[in-house]
Design a protein around this ligand. Structure first.
Ligand SMILES: NC(=O)c1ccc[n+]([C@@H]2O[C@H](COP(=O)([O-])OP(=O)(O)OC[C@H]3O[C@@H](n4cnc5c(N)ncnc54)[C@H](O)[C@@H]3O)[C@@H](O)[C@H]2O)c1
Length: 278
């Protein structure tokens, strides 16, 4: 292996193409920003109905950091659409080097022993399958499509899957009782296992696959306006006694994306304010 002499230089992504999914959202838009700050050109991916948001993020990155950035609308559970999107990104940017495979949705906040999911107005079974589809199957679809492009281009790469603390533990803290159904945790546990499995398959091509598991990360959309009692559960259930700021995930994703983590293969980086100690 050849390394940049200065360790800080190993975090740079100059001239590389980074793809971020769920990048109109909270965590994705911030990792897209971290990649742009490190010199990468960024493909900003989100659902077709969020294309305007993705394009806004892309516009801000190119204005602020003078990198190339473009928004793409794609439903990542559709494998054909994902393959077409990677073809388009390769055509637009010339390569695919880094992928933050991050898009996801929350689980149901209702017990799944009733057949009908009143919150989402659908049978629980359909909602359970939907969460697995978006949070696990899309991760598989995107990772495989990205690795195919990276293998063909012949330069290796880095794929970072967003897992969750909830993929490690049965997470009942937010309401102090089990009100969360199992779909989210099952999907995220699947992401962690898939990460290790796929990492072992593609490292032969120089493609590193790792995951990032955030604990409770504050999002204005999700958490502002929550009743104080619930907010307290989020903040007081870990030694850090607060939720993560989204900026606190940026360094970890950049580490996994860059040569700074060249010997990380199938690693999960847990960033949970110490939640799993308790
Ligand atoms: N916020 C937290 O506390 C937390 C904790 C652990 C893990 N996570 C995970 O982090 C990731 C990002 O979450 P966030 O907090 O930024 O949420 P967010 O809702 O702000 O962002 C998620 C983005 O994914 C997009 N998305 C959803 N389904 C998609 C699909 N089928 N195709 C393309 N895009 C799709 C959404 O449109 C949204 O922009 C998720 O995988 C989530 O499970 C979040």
């Amino acid at each position: 292996m050849k390394y940049q002499e200065n360790v800080l230089d190993r975090f740079r992504l100059d001239g590389k193409t980074a793809v971020v999914t769920g990048a109109a959202g909270n965590i994705g838009s911030h990792t897209a920003e971290a990649f742009a700050q490190a010199g990468a050109n960024v493909a900003v991916v989100d659902l077709p109905r969020c294309l305007e948001g993705a394009e806004k993020v892309a516009r801000e990155l190119s204005e602020k950091y003078h990198v190339k950035a473009k928004g793409y609308g794609c439903d990542l559970v559709d494998d054909k659409a994902v393959a077409a999107m990677f073809d388009a990104i390769e055509k637009d940017f010339g390569s695919v080097d880094v992928v933050h495979n991050n898009a996801g949705i929350g689980g149901a906040l209702a017990p799944d022993i009733e057949p009908w999911d009143a919150e989402h107005d659908m049978p629980h079974l359909d909602h359970w399958k939907h969460v697995l589809n978006v949070n696990l199957i899309s991760i598989y679809i995107v990772a495989v499509a990205a690795a195919r492009v990276m293998k063909r281009e012949g330069h290796g790469g880095s794929i970072i899957n967003t897992g969750s603390m909830a993929g490690h533990i049965v997470n009942q803290a937010p309401l102090y009782q089990t009100m969360d159904d199992s779909s989210y945790g099952v999907a995220k546990a699947g992401v962690l296992f898939f990460t290790k499995h796929f990492a072992s398959q593609v490292i032969q091509y120089g493609i590193r696959v790792n995951s990032l598991s955030p604990g409770y990360c504050y999002s204005p959309v999700l958490h502002s306006g929550l009743p104080q009692e619930i907010f307290d559960c989020y903040t007081k259930s870990q030694p850090a006694m607060r939720m993560a700021d989204v900026e606190e995930l940026q360094g970890a994703v950049l580490f996994l994306a860059s040569d700074a983590s060249s010997y990380c293969v199938g690693t999960d980086l847990l960033i949970d304010g110490g939640h799993m100690i308790w």
